[in-house]
Write a protein that binds this ligand. Structure first.
Ligand SMILES: C[S@@+](CC[C@H](N)C(=O)[O-])C[C@H]1O[C@@H](n2cnc3c(N)ncnc32)[C@H](O)[C@@H]1O
Length: 261
């Protein structure tokens, strides 16, 4: 696994580094998925980073909360808004018991778990966190993401008032990708992620007790293809009869709202 705070030095630069990231897509999809949950439902963003999604949803009246392993990420989030309910916690040992109706775990956070049994453990914890009927919306990056955008690459970015230097390596045998990120002349931070095949993740979700509602290419919300770089999974804990039909409507809505050109 990663050292306890892989984002220790990076956290304060995280939001400007991720300025290009399309959080709106995650926001709109999460809002659409809420149609499947009961009224007055509770939402947890698991591995929330600096709380960007939590903040966006709370601005629309949701009572979302977030947890993240990195104290530095949580503190950076709280500097944006001290009222944000973000706490330090580990995906593998969550403090909730059947108290959430919708859980998101996005932007490769699961790839930071470097062994299959850690992901399996996280899925069991996420399952335990949800009330019956609760929905999980999670993503992973694929090997294609790493080979296309990171493997063997070395680049520099001019961010908002600072420069970041990135160097990436990928070990095909282990599926482990390592990126070294250096901001200005500071120390290098090492971000380590592991890629997992889609079928392995699906099997682990089922083993944890989830029923899969949909598996999508995150760029289109259509079936994943060879070229897919990020996969979205939507799963339910004890889905009620009729849920699949309601989910199909949500899929159509997401495709229309998020992906229609
Ligand atoms: C790429 S960031 C994504 C953060 C956030 N979801 C976002 O969209 O900005 C991955 C996050 O996963 C968190 N993380 C890694 N391992 C974790 C674990 N075992 N439990 C909780 N969070 C973890 C990291 O601290 C980091 O904030």
């Amino acid at each position: 696994m990663n050292l306890p705070d892989a984002f220790g030095d990076l956290a304060r630069y995280y939001d400007p580094l991720m300025e290009h990231v399309n959080y709106d897509r995650w926001f709109f999809t999460t809002v659409a998925l809420a149609d499947l949950a009961p009224d007055n439902f509770r939402h947890l963003d698991a591995a929330c980073g600096t709380g960007t999604l939590v903040e966006k949803l709370r601005k629309t009246g949701w009572s979302s909360v977030g947890i993240d392993l990195s104290e530095a990420m949580v503190n950076t989030g709280k500097k944006k808004d001290a009222r944000l309910p973000l706490a330090v916690s580990d995906l593998r040992t969550l403090p909730f018991h059947e108290s959430m109706d919708l859980v998101t775990c996005l932007f490769d956070s699961l790839n930071f778990l470097l062994a299959e049994d850690e992901i399996a453990q996280a899925f069991r914890q996420l399952h335990g966190t949800l009330r019956p009927g609760g929905i999980l919306y999670a993503d992973i990056i694929t090997e294609r993401m790493v080979t296309e955008h990171f493997e063997g690459q070395d680049w520099e970015e001019n961010n908002d008032g600072f420069t970041s230097r990135w160097t990436s390596h990928y070990d095909h045998a282990s599926g482990i990708a390592e990126s070294h990120v250096r901001v200005n002349t500071g120390a290098s931070s090492v971000i380590t992620e592991r890629v997992y095949p889609q079928d392995v993740v699906e099997a682990m979700l089922r083993d944890a007790g989830f029923e899969l509602l949909g598996v999508f290419d995150a760029e289109s919300w259509k079936a994943p293809k060879k070229k897919t770089t990020r996969i979205d999974f939507v799963a339910v804990k004890q889905g009620a009869p009729g849920l699949k039909k309601r989910f199909d409507k949500v899929v159509a809505q997401v495709q229309e709202m998020v992906y229609a050109k």
